[in-house]
Every structure is written in C-alpha cells, then in structure tokens.
Design a protein around this ligand. Structure first.
Ligand SMILES: [Zn+2]
Length: 282
C-alpha cells in the first residue's frame, strides 16, 4: 500500500506564529519539529500496513525537512521548481494521501494559525467551481483525478473543522488549538506526535471505503490576489481573464490542468509583487 504525504510547516506541533519560521535560529528548531511530525505520520502509515511512503516537502522553498533525520523507510521529494507544486510525484499508483502540518485557508476562521492559501504574499481567495478552497481541499481534488482519496490531516483545530466540512470522513490529529492567526494553545511535540502516529494508523483503515474527491468535467478557477499588479500580470497567459482589478478567472478541461495553471499564475503573481524585473527578482 502506497501513501503520499503532502507536508507543510504551519500546522506542525509547536508552531504558533510566523516569526518561528522566519528568524534563522528559530527556523532551525521548527524544521526539526516539522521533520518529527512527518516521521510520526510515516510511522503511523507503516503501523497501519503501508509498504511505501513518499513525502513531498511543500513549504516555502520546499527544502525544509531534515533528510538525515527522516524515517529511513520513506523517501523525500525536496526542492522547488515543481510543475505539480505540493503534489509532485503523485499518480494513480497511490492508495491514499496524507496532509501533515497543513493550515487553514486565508481569510477563513480567525483562529486558524498562520492561515493562508498557497502563497500568503499574493493569494487572498481561491474558488474552484464556485467553492472557496484552502490548500488541503484543492490538493484533495487534484488527487481525486488520480483516484487517490485524502485520508489524514494534522494541524490546528480550526483547520481540522474547515477540512472536515469538505471531507467529513478524514482522520484528523489536532496538535494545537488556535487563538489567533499568530497564537495558539500547544501540545508538547512528543504528545502531539503520539496522536499523529495513532490517527495516521487509523487513517490506513479508510483505504477501500474513503472515496476520492473527484470533479468531473471542466473546472473553473477564480483567484483573488492581494494587489492589482499580481492579477494583471497573469493575463500574459491567453487563457486568463481578469474579472476585477484583483480577480482572475480561467477554465480548464480537468483538475490537474487547472492546478498547474493556478500554480503558474501564483508564480507570476509572486514575481510581480514588486515588479517582475525588480532587483528583488534579478
Ligand atoms: Zn501552505
């Protein structure tokens, strides 16, 4: 049984505020906790019968997990420039998708810790076929096209509530309780990781009954950016229609194609934030 783990850091045990992930000394602590949460989910997957686990590091530059400390039964997809973003490497051969350390969507629950949607610098809101989605819900729909069901999440309680409204069957490990975007009530990591391991093992029991979140037919994405330049520069791609100063829309034949195009628009928008040829991007 093959499991794909999409890993992110904001929902990791012990993370309560953004400075912990950006200040150099703090970041080194929290990437270790990130690796430990991922290891707990890998252990749970193998406890539950997994035979192969692939982890994709999906935070920031996508090179945060400490490979030298990763459970040696798993392999790691690391580094950026991935066409399939947080799901690089996923295909029909997997039996389930886990989300470790993910977080609530931008502008959702006020308690959702470090809430954002894929790129906090540019995305205000993402809608697919009229439904507002966070990263987990988006990735679950992409995996659905490959016939792979989402089985497990870990993160704060507000994130878990948000995801369960969309994916009621999912097994969830709550590792903290959100107070604000930048504060939380935390479990000590050793305790949180025990819960991750137990819930990840339980999630393996959903294989065979959990349904993939599959969207049939054409898919329409609407993306609201944080500033006009971010939206405007995505219209260099012919398919993109600008529907307001900060909002764009496009329609693709299927979800995987839409996911890649959305990611392409986000790359353009991030680059356009201060001018595409500004010194910051040279
Ligand atoms: Zn994220």
């Amino acid at each position: 049984m093959k499991i794909f783990i999409s890993a992110d850091i904001e929902g990791v045990s012990g993370v309560a505020t953004n400075v912990q992930l950006t200040k150099e000394g703090e970041y080194q602590r929290f990437r270790r906790l990130y690796t430990q949460d991922v290891n707990a989910a890998i252990a749970g997957a193998f406890d539950g019968g997994a035979t192969e686990v692939v982890v994709a590091d999906g935070h920031g530059n996508m090179s945060n997990i400490l490979i030298e400390e990763l459970d040696d039964r798993a392999v790691l997809i690391s580094g950026n420039n991935r066409v399939m973003c947080q799901l690089e490497g996923l295909d029909e051969s997997y039996d389930g998708l886990f989300f470790v350390g993910h977080h609530g969507r931008e502008g959702g629950d006020v308690r959702a810790v470090i809430n954002h949607t894929l790129a906090g610098i540019c995305v205000s809101e993402l809608k697919v076929n009229g439904t507002v989605l966070g990263e987990t819900q988006l990735n679950a729909r992409v995996a659905g096209q490959f016939g792979v069901p989402a089985l497990f999440i870990s993160g704060d309680d507000a994130y878990v509530e948000e995801v369960k409204r969309d994916l009621p069957h999912i097994e969830a490990a709550i590792v903290k309780w959100g107070i604000d975007r930048y504060s939380a009530k935390l479990l000590p990591p050793a305790k949180a990781q025990q819960i991750i391991r137990e819930k990840a093992k339980a999630a393996m029991g959903l294989i065979g009954t959990a349904k993939p979140k599959r969207l049939d037919g054409q898919v329409t994405f609407e993306v609201t950016f944080k500033n006009t330049a971010q939206a405007h520069m995505t219209t260099t791609i012919p398919l993109i229609e600008q529907t307001s100063p900060t909002t764009i829309r496009f329609t693709t034949a299927d979800m995987v194609t839409g996911y890649k195009l959305f990611w392409g628009c986000v790359i353009i928008a991030m680059t356009a934030t201060n001018g595409v040829l500004s010194a910051a991007n040279a």
